[in-house]
Ligand binder design. Sequence first.
Ligand code: GLN
Length: 315
Amino acid sequence: FIIPEFVQFTQRIDELFWRAKANTQGQLASYIPQLTRFNPESWGLAICTVDGQRYSLGDAYDPICLQSISKPLTYAMVLDEIGPDVVHQYVGQEPSGQAFNTISLDPMNRPHNPMVNAGAVVICSLLKQGMNLADKFDYNQQKLKLLAGNEYVSFNNSVFLSERQTADRNYALGYYMKEKQCFPKGTNLHELLDFYFQLCSVEITCDSGAVVAATLANGGICPITGVKVLEPYCIRDTLSLMLSCGMYDYSGQFAFKVGLPGKSGVSGGIMLVVPNVMGIFMWSPPLDHYGNSCRGIQFCEDLVKSFNFHNYDNL
Ligand code: GLN
């Protein structure tokens, strides 16, 4: 086993989990009503190792929306489909230094990276070009299902409808990018934004999300089913950009302190990857002023204080 003393390991995880539970900082996201209805006490965590050992605690079976955690997953799928050279004609690899929903492009008129909204919308425009929206959505769900080892993957329609109703910024971003010719020919902007909102509204649980994270930790092969879902180069590129850009404007500090690729979402989820070891999925709705889950960040920081998981720890 990759973690031989798994029971002792999970006992230490329990301690860190309960320490984070006591953290009552942060505010619920409020831009759509669906997100304000969550219980601020909710806190779930799940672990899946690259050899399939599992541990889930707290609210690990509550369905939650992926929100921005869909961004690295769609990016990985597009890399697998059309390759990094084509993908990066449309989107950069540089941290933007700006909020995730800023209307701004790099000097080549590309979004800065696939982890900000501009980049994620462009990535959505590249997925299965020419397919109709229904087939694109099915394709994405099927791939996600494979990443999650056929465990919980669903869709929250009220979140989708709310996202679409309160999306002035994303529409503005879309029109700005359309003017700057950021999209491939034939892109229908309204359908494209619907697709982006739909991918934000896909549901998973911490328990199934940990399997997704573990598939990323395992070079694209799902540790539960053994199915090869994505090529290793897609995983490498995705993890690289999660490390530099995955945690909003806290990404630099997170890379410094935690030293692991992570991606957070406005629903309070954090997907953390310990390459070649395990995936961890955390969820707690109260967010800090960067937009990251307060309990999730605390857990990640405590984790690398207790174990040598930081990329640059001396093992
Ligand atoms: N769906 C929201 C948006 O696109 C939030 C994404 C996120 O998790 N930051 O603005």
